[in-house]
Write a protein that binds this ligand. Sequence first.
Ligand code: OAD
Length: 270
Amino acid sequence: MPGPPLAQAGPLVERLRRPDARITVLTGAGVSAASGVPTFRGADGLWKNFRPETLATAEAFGRDPKLVWEWYAWRRLRIASCEPNDAHRVLADWSRRFPRFQLITQNVDGLHERAFAKVTDRSAAAEATARRAPDASGVIRLHGSIWEVLCWRGCAASPPRWRDETVPFKEIPPRCLHCGDLIRPGVVWFGEPLDPEIVGAATEAADCDVFITAGTSAVVYPAAGFIDIARRKGAYTVEINPEATPATGTVDLALRRGAEVVFAELNRGL
Ligand code: OAD
């Protein structure tokens, strides 16, 4: 049985309290589980009932855009009724509290961004940090956003991508406002490269003093590799996950509880 969340967390708390600590947190689907957003792997994970190759590749979209969009429209509907939980709220608070804080996420649900948007009084240093993130959300989003779309054909009249929070769509598959052709979700699909600017920002953020990986099964790269970079750069590494992952044996501290519980406890202990 795991002990109370903070029983072994003394060295982490001590490091978080250092005024100049560079703190980086990498999150995955498990951080949104307590909000009601399904994870991908595990007993109730999306990939138990759906096959990634029929729903999350460019080939699948080319073959059957209606089927792919039905799945994304269903997920958008579900996420739209979810609220950020304590993990999202504490991390948003840390973006204000810690002058050198970076958040990298694999999540496309937008819950971090919603929690961040409520933080209006960030310190000047945290603002500068947020500006270094590749977009205005202040979050380094490795896999894009389910709330963004782009023209499937990349028509010249449309921007590279744009926000669209329509739930539900009037027509599936939805169409490009500029050329009338299809639009696609603004997420990274299997087999697609990540934006090099975003990977660059995440790699830079992995050069830190404390690196926390939370709610990720640590099997999808390059995200799963950032903790190795952080370790090589001398960071104190922490995993927050109720289950063991390939990263568990490599970290300085593994906290085997839900992220919403651990972040709330850590925050109270600071
Ligand atoms: P996964 O679904 O692979 O893993 C979720 C992890 O969260 C598991 O290790 C769970 O044990 C853990 N977990 C569950 N509840 C938790 C809680 N309350 N607190 C903390 N952890 C909890 O999700 P990711 O690792 O994010 O890719 O998946 C990585 C990528 O694979 C996703 O970004 C997605 C997917 O295919 C794309 O969309 C490109």
